[in-house]
Design a binder for this molecule. Structure first.
Ligand code: ADP
Ligand code: MG
Length: 359
């Protein structure tokens, strides 16, 4: 039997998977009507592609769901996306999606087209009726200049868009370069979307980690515990690589899902990465699971130095850190240049373990 979103949500509450939260429940009502519409119009061609004689149907406005971190925006959106009974749906991380758009436009330019966005949009429209974006965030001028036209094309073709974000539309791309050119996109969001703030009092991500052990040693024997944390925070997502642009290059977090990144020490500290890379990572994720931190010494001075920069950056950005290491923070780097400075890093690693850190 088909269950409403509210029923699906209540079932999770009864099963002890979620705590009942009226703010979340309220958003489900908006999403329920969107779901009903999508299912009723699953095969009907809409907008531009309405048949010549069929009356075009205009989809209802999409949902722009914003609010503080850990309020359950992604959870609510995923519950909706999973339950909509149509096949032409896609759930994507906004940033990863925009990267694929740029890549597609780059390919299209080679064919000499004067609108490289058109074939990219067309390919999306061809198999998507519902597009769910997680974590819309505009920091990059290349995204800022493309996203408006892209949304126009998608909405014009009847694609229903839902999105989560940490900011209201008017604060997107705040202080960005050429922001005037971006304002029509804000107007589009404000007029063609239902803009909703998820005003839950609880940061559930923080809540889930409170009292949770987050620093494990010795590494190697603790993989199962780290896996359990990953499962809890991501809802057992497989995760996918997250490539982030840094000055024309890109840095990759090997596994990413639902705001949580997972990498080994070797992925992030044994490669020639620098402060810019760590900054990009810290601003794209909320939790980092960093595995296999080894004992460090003068022989791996470069790795140790990068590790210090990484921890400083995560600390400043208030990213939650979960790690497995060869030893306690104080015993990770006992001798070699910089061992003294490492004391500060060890102290930060301690501080980042405390229950209320970053809350
Ligand atoms: N009502 C709730 N009860 C318990 N856990 C929740 C609830 N809502 C969300 N969570 C969990 O809290 C974490 C953060 O939720 P998420 O949807 O990722 O937040 P946001 O996208 O707003 O940052 C996730 O692990 C999620 O499953
Ligand atoms: Mg989220």
């Amino acid at each position: 039997m088909r269950q409403t979103l509210t029923e699906l949500y209540d079932a999770r509450v009864s099963a002890g998977l979620l705590r009942a939260d009226p703010a979340q429940a309220a958003v489900l009502a908006d999403l329920e009507s969107l779901r009903a519409w999508l299912e009723a119009n699953a095969t009907r061609r809409v907008g531009l592609f309405a048949g010549l004689f069929a009356k075009p149907v205009t989809p209802p406005p999409g949902l722009y769901l914003w609010g503080g971190v850990g309020r359950g925006k992604s959870m609510v959106m995923d519950l909706f996306t999973e339950s909509v009974d149509i096949t032409a749906k896609r759930r994507v991380h906004f940033h990863a999606f925009m990267q694929s758009v740029h890549k597609g436009m780059h390919e299209a330019r080679k064919t000499g087209t004067d609108d490289p966005l058109a074939p990219v949009a067309q390919a999306i429209i061809a198999d998507t009726r519902l597009l769910a974006f997680d974590e819309m965030q505009i920091t990059d001028i290349t995204d800022a200049m493309v996203v408006g036209r892209l949304f126009e094309k998608l909405l014009g073709a009847g694609v229903v868009i839902v999105t989560t974000s940490n900011r209201p539309p008017k604060d997107l791309y705040k202080n960005g370069l050429n922001r005037a050119l971006f304002l029509p996109f804000i107007a589009l969001l404000e007029t063609r979307f239902t803009v909703r703030e998820l005003v839950s009092p609880t940061d559930y991500r923080q809540h889930r980690l409170t009292g949770q052990q987050v620093y494990f040693h010795p590494a190697g024997r603790v993989t199962a515990q780290i896996d359990a944390i990953w499962t809890d925070l991501t809802g057992n997502a497989k995760g996918e690589p997250l490539a982030l642009p840094v000055n024309g290059r890109s840095v990759t977090v090997p596994r990413f899902a639902n705001g949580v990144g997972r990498a080994s020490f070797w992925d992030l500290c044994a490669r020639p990465l620098g402060p810019g890379d760590y900054l990009a990572i810290a601003s794209a994720i909320r939790v980092l699971i960093l595995e296999d931190i080894p004992r460090l010494s003068a022989s791996n001075y470069n790795e140790a130095k990068r590790f210090v920069t990484l921890i400083d950056t995560l600390y400043e950005a208030k990213v939650r850190l979960i790690c497995s290491a060869a030893d306690t923070p104080e015993r990770l780097y006992l001798e070699g240049t910089g061992a003294f400075e490492f004391e500060r890093t060890a102290s930060r690693l301690r501080e980042m373990q405390s229950a209320d850190w970053a809350s």
